[in-house]
Design a protein around this ligand. Structure first.
Ligand code: GDP
Ligand code: MG
Length: 439
């Protein structure tokens, strides 16, 4: 799948020096193919890749990132931008009752989403009234009435004998009578776009003057959803899109294309059949989903916030001056606990690449707690000068921290091993670590 593809593309990039035209060109060709396979519109994919190339070439690789991670960062930022950058709230402005007109093809999830949205608005202290305007199937009205019952909301009593236009005209007065400030109008869909449906929706728009016209589109339909969005937008002028059924294995391609082709913001996503399965659309999260690189991305993010360059430099200085104490070791353990592995942290230190040797120093979560307890049980003098920790002191520290002398020994060994390794790396006049291979 797409995620695997990206993993592979970036693995190929890993270990290369700078971001040059050459080393990203091939990666981007593959990115383009991968996007096409994820049902992203070909023109969107092409523009995207061009944009990336412009952005990436010549860009300095951040000291805290590998070139591979740097490209992921750029691709991720570009995808996020392409989907609007930020989440877009509903704009419920105008004289109440403010109207939301829900449109879309049959089966896209309009009726379900109408109720989901109403539930969300209730949480925001609004009083919505639901309006079934799909009069062609009695079951459609019944469906909305049932859903509204689950969240105790008033429903305009539409009947199949009414015309949608009549419902629209009367619903506003009904909402006012019931002290509702918002109308959510669920309309009929068709299997395909046709002029009759569009005509009807146009008339509803005229009558209701909606603050929002929201297209409900099924993410599972991929490229078709883009066509549908374009057609609806052309005739009605959409204010937003709600992408449903993203809980399935729908690829994120639809989100990307819809936004890029129509310029309409995606406002919410549906993640299940239940009424609480509606979430605000976050372009950055969708981008991680498309890239399938949530782990890498969050690591990059964490690295940036938890271990900024200044800190890394300060730590490097300590290593260089050989003043790395058990207190520093404890600080580092805390960082490691936050981040993942010591290896990763060291990889982020300026001038250090990946060091296989350091795998030895990896410890699990529970061990961290014990290691910290051991260091906490030492005196300040001991923490600053580990050499004075003799057998008697080890016993005392073990008792004080509820561990054993063996564990204390192990911690001291890890500490001195880390220190020795740092000294080695720093000692060579800032030379690159020995494990960095040149091909
Ligand atoms: P409408 O014809 O556009 O009104 O579509 P419905 O609201 O009746 O939904 C059609 C089907 O899709 C129903 O079985 C819904 O439960 C289901 N559905 C709607 N939204 C979602 C979603 O986000 N995820 C999943 N898995 N199913 C959904
Ligand atoms: Mg329906």
């Amino acid at each position: 799948n797409l995620s695997d593809k990206f993993q592979r593309i970036f693995k190929n990039l890993r270990g290369q020096g700078k971001l040059t035209e050459e080393n990203i060109r091939e990666a981007l060709r593959e990115v383009r193919m991968a996007l096409l396979e994820a049902d992203v519109h070909y023109k969107v994919a092409k523009d995207f890749v061009t944009g990336i190339a412009e952005r990436a070439v010549g860009q300095e690789v951040m000291t805290s990132l590998t070139p591979g991670q740097q490209v992921i960062k750029i691709v991720n930022e570009a995808l996020t931008d392409l989907m609007g950058g930020q989440s877009e709230p509903l704009r419920l402005i105008g004289k109440p009752p403010v109207c939301l007109l829900m449109v879309g093809l049959q089966g896209s999830g309009k009726t379900t989403t109408t109720a989901k949205l109403a539930r969300k608005l209730v949480q925001e202290h609004r009083k919505p009234c639901l309006v079934p305007a799909d009069v062609y199937r009695p079951a459609a009205i019944e469906q909305l009435v049932t859903l509204a019952g689950q969240i105790n909301l008033p429903v305009y009593p539409s009947t199949v004998r009414q015309k949608p236009e009549e419902i629209a005209r009367e619903a506003q007065g009904y909402a006012r009578e019931h002290n509702c400030d918002t109308l959510i109008v669920d309309t009929a869909g068709r299997l395909h776009i046709d002029t009759e449906l569009m005509g009807e929706l146009g008339r509803l728009k005229e009558i209701l003057q909606p603050a929002e016209i929201l297209l409900v589109a099924d993410a599972m339909t991929g490229q078709d959803a883009v066509q549908v969005a374009s057609a609806f937008h052309e005739t009605l002028g959409l204010s937003g899109v709600i992408l449903t059924k993203l809980d399935g294995d729908a690829r994120g391609g639809a989100a990307l294309s819809i936004r890029a082709v129509t310029r309409c913001p995606i406002k919410f996503i549906g993640l299940g059949e239940k009424l609480d399965a509606l979430e605000v659309f976050h372009p950055d999260r969708m981008s991680s989903r498309i890239l399938g690189m949530g782990d890498v991305l969050s690591m990059i993010e964490k690295a940036q916030e938890a271990f900024d360059e200044k800190e890394a430099l300060a730590m490097a200085k300590k290593f260089r001056e050989d003043t790395f104490s058990l207190e520093d070791f404890r600080n580092q353990l805390r960082q490691v606990k936050k981040l993942g592995s010591l290896e990763q942290i060291l990889g982020m230190l300026p001038g250090m690449g990946k060091l296989k040797e350091l795998k030895k120093l990896q410890v699990d979560e529970k061990e961290f707690v014990r290691m910290e307890a051991i260091i906490n049980s030492m005196t300040r003098g001991e923490r600053r000068n580990a050499d004075i920790i003799n057998a008697g002191r080890r016993k005392r520290i073990a008792d004080g921290s509820g561990t054993s002398v063996q564990e204390v020994n192990r911690l001291l060994k890890s500490y001195s091993e880390a220190r020795r390794m740092m000294r080695q790396m720093m000692g060579g006049g800032g030379s690159a670590p020995a494990t960095r291979k040149k091909k």
